[in-house]
Design a protein around this ligand. Structure first.
Ligand code: B12
Length: 398
């Protein structure tokens, strides 16, 4: 994670949050990242950021012992909490009118958690809405979304005295965490997929009293994640707090007495087991030097918007190539059909448009990647297709 903090890289609030929660990392790295995030906040937040983005910034600042109501950088100042409250109101209004949030329920979870930790208003309504969705979702909710909602609901439960509200929150958290425990038991440790484990573990860690007297076998979950080679800083950032027995709920209660900001001294809650070391970065051989060629079939399909289309191509790439490399070969062989555009995001490279058709937050559309009928669990920059695999990019809604 520290290696991802660079002068010219776009700053990642999840990384600062995790470094602060973990403690013991380089002060210079944290200082640089904090400064970059403050600059991002004063530049972008007043012009309109997605609510979840503002919420993540708030969590990162809180964990750095900064006041999110007065973020100062580049001679400017911004009240991130005011902006977050407005953005959250917008999400809830959209839920009421359209039946879906302006962005995602995951973001509403982040919003409610951040507002709750700072103790300003607006989180109760959001938490109640989330609880209702958790109890009767209009469509199945991902583990990540449910886990983030649990963190928010646990925080809100601790702050509200209204009995009806407490009962609703308790029931929702209990249903979700029991479902996580069932899933872990049935699948040998996994809850969702390997990339949802960090948030699922944080949720289970924070919500023990909601599934008591049932116990969580956290060593089973730990053994699953410790076998995986995590490469992405954002994936590590969601997991690391859980490995140290902490959660995003701790972001608001770090010891701010030291002059550098967040304390390194909060004791990690004991998980009854030693946190496993993450594997050192493996050196991968350049695919072009090492590998035999493989063939991959790649299809692009749109039945959703404008003129429908469906195209297929089989390309040859060196074994070990990423899906991005497969798409680049396809685009080189037939640019008219397979040209695409990407954006660098916190989770790596996201494909934002193929064949001139772009996903849109307004229409809630995106390019979804499938192998056979299974959605890929990694982005195109990470996923490595195998010989003979058929990858489909299908224009979809979320
Ligand atoms: C909401 C969400 C989406 C939404 C985002 C819509 C929106 N406008 O908000 C949609 C449905 C578009 C989406 C798509 C995909 N997603 Co997604 N997504 C999430 C989720 C639940 C929350 C992300 C978020 O809002 N964060 C909060 C905001 C404030 O932070 P942010 O950094 O600005 O978030 C942006 C990026 O994360 C980006 N994004 C979302 N998913 C992905 C995936 C990849 C690979 C990339 C590069 C970017 C990206 O969209 C967010 C909003 O702009 C996370 C879960 C998690 N644990 O983080 C999974 C998650 C990030 N997604 C994941 C995956 C696999 C995908 C897909 C590849 C699925 C697929 N089979 O097609 C596609 C991307 C395909 C492509 N075109 O390149 C994985 C990534 C794992 C990994 N190792 O890379 C996660 C961790 C879920 C999981 N546990 O499997 N996703």
């Amino acid at each position: 994670m520290e290696g991802s903090v660079l002068e010219d890289a776009s700053p990642n609030p999840s990384v600062l949050l995790a470094l602060n929660l973990a403690g013991g990392s380089s002060r210079d790295v944290q200082k640089l990242l904090l400064q970059q995030l403050k600059e991002e906040a004063v530049k972008r937040a007043p012009k309109g950021m997605a609510s979840g983005e503002v919420a993540l910034l708030v969590l990162a600042l809180l964990s750095s012992c900064q006041d999110p109501q007065q973020v100062q950088a580049l001679g400017m100042s911004v009240d991130l909490l005011g902006i977050l409250q407005q953005a959250t109101d917008g999400e809830l209004a959209s839920m009421e009118v359209e039946g879906v949030p302006r962005t995602t329920l995951y973001s509403i979870g982040l919003d409610a958690l951040s507002l709750c930790l700072t103790g300003v208003g607006g989180y109760q309504e959001a938490s109640v809405e989330l609880a209702r969705e958790l109890l009767s979702p209009s469509s199945p909710l991902s583990v990540d979304t449910r886990a983030m909602a649990v963190l928010a609901l646990v925080c809100t439960h601790g702050r509200t005295e209204l009995q009806d509200e407490r009962d609703l929150l308790r029931e929702a958290v209990s249903v979700v965490t029991n479902a996580f425990l069932d899933e872990q038991e049935q699948s040998g440790g996994l809850i969702g997929n390997i990339y949802s484990m960090g948030l699922a573990m944080q949720a289970l860690q924070s919500a023990g009293m909601f599934y008591a007297p049932r116990q969580w076998d956290c060593s089973q979950a730990l053994s699953v994640v410790s076998k995986h080679h995590f490469q992405l800083p954002t994936a590590i950032a969601q997991l690391l707090p859980a490995l140290l027995g902490r959660t995003y709920l701790d972001a608001g209660s770090l010891d701010c007495s030291s002059s550098t900001g967040a304390s390194r001294s909060i004791p990690a809650a004991s998980m009854g087991t030693t946190a496993p070391a993450l594997h050192p970065r493996r050196r991968s051989m350049p695919a072009s030097l090492a590998a035999q060629p493989i063939t991959v079939q790649f299809s692009i399909i749109n039945r959703l918007q404008g003129k429908p289309f469906s195209f297929s191509i089989t390309v040859s790439v060196p074994d070990g190539s990423t899906l991005l490399e497969v798409m680049e070969v396809a685009a080189k062989e037939n640019p008219e059909v397979y040209s695409f555009q990407t954006e660098q995001m916190s989770w790596g490279i996201m494909v934002v448009s193929i064949h001139g058709l772009a996903g849109s937050a307004e229409d809630r559309t995106y390019w979804c990647f499938l192998s056979g009928s299974d959605a890929l669990q990694e982005g195109v920059g990470l996923y490595k297709p195998h010989n003979g695999e058929h990858i489909q990019a299908v224009f979809s809604t979320y």
